[in-house]
Design a protein around this ligand. Structure first.
Ligand code: ZN
Length: 358
């Protein structure tokens, strides 16, 4: 490897590190521009660091804006609070054991359970909310949850926020796209052709100029921002001199927020319809088909909130809960098929199977 190639490899590595974010393990990230066609990204849940998981933001140009959503992490039940740790893992903490305590953006719930939230402000908000819920009667908790669920499923507000985010960083992203092409495309071609020469030095000068522009754009777009961007001026200095910070400056603008993130299903219209419906079915199955479902008279709380939402959005039940067509008993939660005579799915904690219609 020549010196130039080594330098390029280091730049690529630094750039990829800059695209990594530590997010709550259950988080959803939407990447896109404009008002629709955004695609969801998920963290690498198997890796747990500081009660969160790493997520790689969309790294390739044209640069895309990002917005975060969170499923319902805390669901009140009769005797306990159910806490969602990952997509497949939840724990229940009895109300008298619940003692929420905030440490940076991590919320400790009892002596062992902790959850990472997107910001310290949100962790404090949840601490307060959970203390409040703890003091309520079961019926009051139910309605407090339904009220919270409704606000997180506001599709109009979630869509507006995401497209406003993309609008706010439009020039930053455009400049980052040019910068990326220049840094990883043009510079390597020129270096390959001319080696250590004046032309390559001039190209590096253009790179620096782009970084200065980016730094100015960053200061301009964050001047009136409602949330405080930590060390804003120092960051601007970094953007002016470090290519990887410069190329990802828009992430800081997009992802520094204290607002309560929406539920991923509030992105209806932002994601394409097919993808959205897939996620809707997934969330529905998980909340609706819990052990004991055929006998339970009322829906579980989360399913109740989702059903209200689907009805409000005018989505028919066959769409989010398609009827079984298999000739064998099927698990309504994970869709696995079983031999005749089986009645429960052990993978899903004993969820009763749906028997085929004769
Ligand atoms: Zn199952």
């Amino acid at each position: 490897m020549t010196d130039g190639q080594t330098l390029l490899a280091v730049f690529v590595l630094l750039y990829l590190i800059e695209c990594l974010r530590l997010v709550p393990s259950t988080a959803w990230m939407a990447a896109g521009t404009g008002k629709s066609g955004w695609s969801p990204l998920r963290p690498w849940m198997r890796l747990q660091i500081g009660s969160g998981s790493p997520l790689l933001l969309s790294p390739l140009p044209p640069m895309q804006a990002h917005a975060m959503a969170l499923p319902w992490l805390f669901v009140p039940e009769q005797e306990s609070l159910r806490v969602r740790l990952t997509d497949s893992m939840s724990v229940s903490i009895t109300w008298d054991k619940l003692a929420p305590r905030v440490e940076e953006s991590t919320l400790h719930l009892d002596t062992v359970t902790r959850v990472r939230l997107p910001s310290k402000t949100l962790a404090e908000l949840w601490q307060q909310r959970l203390i409040e819920w703890r003091g309520l009667t079961p019926e009051q908790r139910r309605s407090a949850f339904l009220k919270y669920a409704r606000t997180t499923l506001d599709t109009k507000s979630a869509n507006t926020t995401a497209s406003a985010t993309s609008q706010l960083t439009r020039s930053l992203r455009l400049c980052a796209t040019i910068h990326f092409m220049w840094c990883f495309g043009m510079m390597s071609v020129l270096y390959h052709r001319f080696g250590d020469s004046l032309i390559v030095l001039a190209a590096a000068g253009v790179l620096l100029l782009l970084q200065f522009i980016q730094s100015w754009l960053f200061l301009r777009s964050t001047r009136k921002s409602r949330v405080i961007i930590p060390h804003r001026r120092w960051r601007a200095l970094g953007i002016a001199f470090l290519p990887q910070l410069s190329m990802r400056a828009f992430d800081v603008v997009n992802l520094t927020t204290d607002a309560e993130p929406p539920h991923p299903l509030a992105w209806r219209g932002l994601m394409d319809d097919k993808r959205w419906l897939e996620s809707a079915r997934l969330f529905w199955r998980e909340s609706r088909y819990v052990p004991g479902w055929p006998q339970n008279e009322s829906l579980p709380l989360e399913a109740e909130a989702l059903e209200k939402f689907f009805r409000h959005e005018g989505i028919a039940e066959e769409e989010y809960d398609p009827p079984a067509t298999a000739k064998l008993p099927t698990c309504p939660r994970c869709s696995a098929e079983f031999q005749s005579g089986m009645t429960a799915c052990s993978d899903c904690g004993g969820v009763e199977l749906r028997q085929p219609v004769a």
